[in-house]
Write a protein that binds this ligand. Structure first.
Ligand SMILES: [Zn+2]
Ligand SMILES: [Zn+2]
Ligand SMILES: [Zn+2]
Length: 162
């Protein structure tokens, strides 16, 4: 089999969704990289030489849905005058849609705020998508919308010291 160039879906999955550590079965394409099922048909996610990650159809669809709902949400927030400080109705709706997609893909309900490092429950808290460019990769993260709420834990520690 020759190595085909990756299509856009494969590139996105490769960048953001394929776990960094795979079992031997997963790396060789004999089990879904997300749910570990060995039952097919498993879809080729792109890869090189012996590294041949595959995913089952339902996981792959769910992961792509996470990526798409994030992209749509980010696109809105980038252009919206209100969302960066206080999400508008559409921004909230898009955030909820992404949260539901994460749920469906079996991802954690909590994410970490890039600003205050506290946990955010996406389904309940007003948050925004934040893209961070690292040295080698771009990561898709989240932050509280506007000013982060005060951190209770830190307040307690401060009180004890007084
Ligand atoms: Zn799967
Ligand atoms: Zn908005
Ligand atoms: Zn925060």
């Amino acid at each position: 089999m020759t190595d085909q160039p990756l299509n856009e879906d494969q590139q996105l999955l490769m960048l953001y969704e394929i776990p960094g550590t795979l079992t031997e079965d997963q790396a060789s394409g004999h089990a879904c990289v997300w749910c570990h099922t060995p039952y097919g048909p498993l879809i080729d996610l792109g890869g090189v030489a012996d590294w041949r990650p595959h995913g089952c159809a339902s996981c792959r669809t769910a992961r792509l849905d996470c990526l798409r709902t994030y992209a749509v949400w980010l696109h809105h927030v980038d252009q919206c005058a209100r969302c960066p400080t206080a999400p508008c109705a559409e921004g909230q709706e898009l955030g909820q849609r992404h949260s539901a997609a994460r749920d469906h893909a079996g991802k954690q309900a909590h994410v970490r705020c890039t600003k205050c490092r506290e946990r955010i429950l996406l389904a309940r808290t007003r948050a925004n998508p934040v893209v961070q460019e690292g040295n080698t990769a771009v990561s898709r993260r989240y932050a509280h919308a506007g000013v982060c709420p005060p951190i209770r834990r830190r307040d307690n520690r401060a009180l004890r010291l007084m």
